[in-house]
Write a protein that binds this ligand. Structure first.
Ligand code: CMX
Length: 435
């Protein structure tokens, strides 16, 4: 079955039965306690939602549908044998839980290209903003305008039955995934390249096409883009962008409204904006020292200076991970293969030795190791995409691959509105005193 929709349709009844049975027979099973720390600590460690595409182990990192990053790199079809996984292959995996064949991936590539036309008013909505507006603001505005074409909204207004919700959701998610690169590339060319736009190339796969529309056609950059999107697609359901999507999608907001919520969460400096902050931080060090060839002592001094001024070291630490992020390692391996002598890569490599002991010394940082944002920017910079204020848009384009499939399953499984309980400070004190 080369058609993703048909493949998915076959899978749904079995999963619906599975969830129904779990609720009926095991609804009472406890998954853990809620503590005062959890309420005051951003709900860390509280198991609170269902997420099918991936899970994150604190020690090992992410698994996509049970597969580690190296396993995905081996099993998922590439543009050429032995190459990096195609984002379309990751999309197929996240949605169905099955490793696709090359023929299935090619068919999905074709499907996405056929859905890619962006209405002119989305570009006009972006044009209404000043060119200086942050790239994420322009991107979210363009995506928001795409909502006008929501099939789910139309179907809901026409009285669609609950059992069919997933179908227009699928249409919206696929259209959204297909259209977002052109919007994202428009923002890039408008903001940094004098509005010199490049149309889509019908012969290219998803990642390559996005890179092409941005203006980068080096085959190595195309491979990097495919890997980047694949690695940034999903990171279970509790991170801010995925959680925002899950929450905003839960009252049946359509996939466009949902995805924009995720983008707005991603634009926060402690989450997706960290890739911009990393490169900015690195540029400041280079500027201050006057050369990218910086000694270990000079780097240590700058790390201390940043911490002493009350700022975080971007690209380090994590809410769940307690070891080096395997996504960081995967991107690092790509850099070791293709740009081992790049001065900024060497600098980032040195940072990975310098930062963890200093963060550990603070005595409060739970994870002093690098996360995914620590090395992605220097790779884009190497290939000529030097404008770091654009980097979070690249992350946003990728996140669609994880958020869309989950929303389709939420609708197929009839997942309810999210509505957790909050507590006042007085009540928290009262409950604490009783314990
Ligand atoms: N630099 C300096 N201090 C740090 C730090 C870092 N990289 N990481 C954590 N800390 C500090 C926290 O600010 C917190 O300090 P206070 O108690 O004074 O508020 C303390 O250490 C404990 O934090 P934690 O429990 O270890 O981490 P959290 O789960 O609260 O936060 C994260 C996780 C990612 C927000 C945090 O590590 C951070 O701010 N990192 C830098 C920004 C970054 O790289 N974000 C990207 C993460 C990946 C992504 O989502 O894209």
């Amino acid at each position: 079955n080369n058609d993703l929709y048909s493949e998915l349709k076959e899978l749904i009844p079995e999963q619906q039965e599975r969830v129904k049975k779990l609720k009926k027979d095991y609804g009472h099973v406890e998954l853990g306690k809620t503590t005062v720390d959890m309420v005051l600590g951003g709900m860390r460690g509280m198991t609170a939602s269902l997420w099918l595409g991936s899970s994150v182990d604190p020690e090992e990192g992410v698994r996509f549908r049970g597969m580690s990053i190296p396993e995905c790199q081996k099993a998922l079809p590439a543009a050429a044998p032995g190459g990096e996984p195609l984002p379309e292959a990751m999309l197929w995996l996240l949605l169905t839980g099955k490793t696709p064949s090359k023929a299935q991936v090619d068919s999905l590539s074709q499907e996405l290209r056929s859905r890619a036309a962006v209405p002119d008013y989305a570009f006009k909505a972006i044009d209404a903003l000043p060119v200086e507006a942050h790239a994420m603001t322009q991107f979210a505005t363009g995506v928001m305008a795409l909502q006008v074409q929501s099939e789910f909204q139309k179907a809901y207004e026409s009285g669609i039955a609950k059992s069919k919700y997933w179908e227009p959701t699928y249409e919206d998610c696929m259209n959204l995934i297909a259209r977002v690169p052109a919007v994202a590339a428009y923002v890039y060319r408008r903001k940094y390249k004098d509005g010199n736009f490049i149309p889509m190339d019908d012969s290219l796969d998803y990642g390559a096409n996005y890179s092409h529309m941005l203006g980068f056609d080096d085959p190595k950059m195309l491979e990097f883009m495919r890997l980047y999107i694949t690695m940034h697609s999903d990171h279970e359901g509790g991170n801010v962008s995925a959680h925002a999507a899950h929450l905003v999608g839960s009252p049946l907001s359509d996939p466009y409204l949902t995805f924009v919520a995720a983008l707005n969460g991603l634009a926060g400096p402690l989450h997706g904006l960290a890739n911009q902050e990393v490169l900015r931080w690195i540029r400041h060090v280079v500027q201050e020292v006057g050369t990218p060839h910086i000694s270990t002592e000079q780097l240590k001094d700058y790390v201390h200076k940043t911490l002493n001024s009350g700022q975080v070291i971007p690209g380090y630490g994590h809410g769940v991970l307690r070891k080096t992020d395997p996504r960081y390692t995967c991107l690092r391996e790509f850099a070791l293969k293709h740009l081992p002598d790049d001065p900024l890569f060497l600098l980032v490599s040195k940072l990975k030795e310098v930062v963890p002991p200093i963060l550990t010394q603070l005595g409060k940082v739970k994870n002093p190791w690098p996360n995914v944002d620590a090395d992605s920017g220097i790779l884009f910079n190497y290939f000529g995409l030097t404008e770091e204020s654009y980097y979070t848009v690249l992350f946003g384009v990728s996140r669609n691959f994880g958020i869309g499939p989950q929303l389709i399953w939420d609708r197929a499984l009839g997942m309810p509105l999210e509505r957790p309980k909050s507590v006042t400070l007085e009540k928290l004190q009262e409950l604490s005193a009783k314990a």
